[in-house]
Design a protein around this ligand. Structure first.
Ligand code: RIB
Length: 298
């Protein structure tokens, strides 16, 4: 990576969503006006935030999760605790937790309805308190399933933290952010296209390098693998071919494992390889957080 790393007492904070995922196994993803009977429904812990914390922890990183959950969400904090994630910055509030309704088809492809719930109740005071517990050189990992990410980015940047952003799902909240403050982007092809107005991966990366010359980027391309870019390097990684049953959380697994590799001092090309292996295992299993493998297995 471009900037030098001091791993010694550096801490990792993930400020992110906690969702209950209601997963429906369907024949095909439903189209407008259609009704499709469903034989199987299951409940899982998820949320891009929670998944990425679990991935970091299973990859061996000591991670603090910050966020909020609602009255029915105790299983979410339990899931983080049982994976060794520090939960001191998580608050339980009145009202509903974040949840999703996920259709997963026979090929493991999904489509997701997201209800923000408690994830969208963050306040500036809460964010100030959390960020106040971290120091220059610490890493903060963010997605776009909580409110106020622009404020979190500004505060973390002022604190001297290194900002990792997975701007997913991409919407106006992302365009409101000062993205020049981001140290490492995680994008898929769709988010890369939304950010740059380009569809060709090479062009997406060119535009990002031009706009954010100090940032590193990981672009994931589904079956076409992934690419890492910084100021003067591009590394490519193919996927490890497996039979996918559920692609939910594959991207979150990739993010957690790549960040863990960089923290461990691995070169980015080796980080891509490790992350590709971990997410290949994740797609062979059902569910979000529960599908993420441990480091030994990877
Ligand atoms: O990235 C997968 C996650 O996205 C799911 O767990 C779901 O909660 C949605 O937020």
């Amino acid at each position: 990576m471009q900037q030098n790393y001091q791993v010694s007492d550096m801490k990792v904070l993930n400020f992110g969503s906690l969702n209950i995922d209601y997963v429906y196994s369907v024949n095909h993803i439903i189209i407008p006006g259609e009704t499709e009977p469903v034989a199987e429904v299951s409940e899982h812990c998820g949320g891009k935030g929670l998944n990425q914390s679990v991935a970091l922890a299973r990859a061996g990183v000591r991670v603090y999760h910050a966020g909020m959950f609602g009255e029915e969400g105790d299983l979410l904090i339990d899931k983080l605790s049982e994976n060794g994630v520090n939960t001191e910055y998580i608050r339980k509030i009145t009202g509903r937790s974040g949840h999703t309704i996920i259709q997963v088809d026979k090929n493991g492809q999904n489509s997701i309805l997201l209800f923000g719930g408690a994830n969208r109740a963050l306040t500036r005071d809460f964010i100030d308190d959390v960020i106040g517990g971290f120091d220059a050189g610490d890493i903060i990992v963010l997605q776009n399933e909580v409110n106020l990410i622009d404020y979190i980015i500004d505060k973390a940047y002022d604190r001297g933290m290194k900002i990792v952003l997975n701007p997913s799902p991409y919407d106006d909240a992302v365009t409101a952010c000062d993205l020049r403050k981001v140290w490492l982007f995680f994008l898929n092809e769709i988010e890369g296209g939304q950010m740059t107005g380009e569809s060709d991966p090479e062009r997406i990366l060119n535009v990002i390098r031009e706009r954010y010359p100090g940032a590193c980027t990981v672009l994931t391309l589904g079956a076409d693998g992934s690419v890492y870019q910084d100021t003067d390097r591009r590394f490519r990684q193919e996927i490890f071919k497996v039979k996918a049953v559920d692609t939910t959380a594959a991207g979150d697994t990739f993010t957690g494992y790549f960040v863990s590799a960089i923290i461990d001092g691995m070169e980015p090309d080796k980080g891509l390889e490790l992350a590709a292996k971990a997410s290949a295992i994740a797609v062979t299993r059902h569910g979000a957080a529960d599908s993420i493998p441990g480091r030994d297995e990877v």
